[in-house]
Design a protein around this ligand. Structure first.
Ligand code: HMG
Ligand code: MG
Length: 299
């Protein structure tokens, strides 16, 4: 059992959340969201992703958003990068922490990044090497750790293999993603335990989507195993556009409420986080209403 009482919450709403919203939010609103999140006490806020805008149009404004957010000292603002092209775009606006991503399922990887698992890792090698040369921190994600929308069951051995590989390549932390939220606590615990035999627990994070309402229970099981880094999304927004049925991430407000209730520390001001979640929900509502109006006017 990990005796530490501190949990680092990694806020992924501005990236994982917004990448899957049907409503395209203006850059101004994304910037305001991240600035609000920066004042809640969160230490890590994933800001956006430099993937192909053809694949994820929601985040086509990554460079503008990253350039204009307020960078609070002591807060990390990692961005997702799928290849060298994305890395160069990110570096051009001063990014100093990136996240690379692969999956434990071949079928999902093919649909998400148009590559096999091994090809995706080969593609990341020069990115990670360049990042290391530039002093840029690299986080890694493994998706579909508890199930895949295309393949179904995902053997734990495949999760362990990809997580170990990303860690060996130099990812300081590997986040284990239940991309479609099909996991349940006993399975989540067993998966984490197996990965932790190969990658130190201190270098692992968990990332649950909440499709079947299991995310908090899964997080609790993983905390009991010793994990102390938890990804979540303010207001529970999001999902993955290339994972059929993926719903939002676990809500950051719920995670903070549970952790504080257990006597754990996050450094996050829950009231400010709740206010930010409510503000975001209102922005999404406002934008989707104005889309409808514009569509009706055009018709
Ligand atoms: P591809 O089509 O095989 O790439 O896509 P390509 O190299 O053949 O390039 C095609 C076109 O895209 C070219 O443009 C490139 O220039 C352009 P064209 O010549 O046709 O005009 N392009 C780019 N443009 C801007 N930035 C780039 C970039 N790369 C190529 N970085 C690729 C391969 C990886 C690019 C594509 O599949 C992609 O961007 N996929 C991203 C999908 C994605 O973002 N998914 C969601 C994130 S993962 C996730 O949510 C899971 C996670 O939350 C954990 C969990 O829940 O499990 C992390
Ligand atoms: Mg995700």
């Amino acid at each position: 059992m990990n005796p530490s009482n501190h949990v680092r919450m990694v806020e992924v709403g501005a990236r994982d959340g917004l990448q899957n919203e049907k409503t395209l939010l203006p850059a101004e609103v994304k910037i305001a969201l991240i600035d609000r999140l920066s004042s809640t006490g969160l230490q890590t806020i994933e800001a956006t992703s430099f993937v192909s805008p053809k694949w994820v149009p929601q985040l086509a404004d990554a460079a503008e958003v990253y350039s204009r957010i307020r960078k609070v000292p002591g807060v990390g603002y990692p961005v997702l990068v799928p290849n060298l092209q994305g890395y160069q775009r990110a570096r051009a606006v001063g990014v100093n922490e990136i996240a690379v991503f692969s999956a434990a399922s071949e079928a999902f990887n093919r649909r998400n990044i148009n590559a096999s698992i091994d090809e995706s890792i080969e593609r990341f090698m020069p990115v990670i090497a360049q990042a290391q040369a530039d002093g840029v921190k690299v986080r890694g994600y493994v998706s579909t750790v508890l199930g895949c929308p295309y393949q179904g069951e995902v053997p734990t051995g495949d999760v362990v293999r990809v997580a170990r590989h990303l860690h060996q390549l130099g990812c300081y932390e590997v986040s284990l993603g239940d991309t479609i939220g099909v996991g349940t606590p006993a399975k989540a615990r067993a998966m984490l335990r197996a990965v932790a035999l190969e990658v130190p627990m201190a270098a692992l994070a968990v990332h649950f989507h909440d499709t079947y309402g299991q995310a908090l229970a899964n997080i609790l099981a993983c905390l009991e195993e010793g994990v102390r880094v938890v990804d979540s999304s303010v207001s529970g927004t999001g999902g993955c556009p290339y994972a059929k049925g993926a719903s939002g991430n676990v809500a950051s407000e719920d995670v903070a409420y549970m952790l504080h209730g257990m006597g754990m520390h996050t450094g996050v001001d829950l009231d400010l986080l709740v206010a930010t979640g409510a503000w975001l929900a209102a922005q999404l509502h406002k934008e989707s209403a104005s889309h409808v109006t514009r569509a009706r006017t055009a018709a």
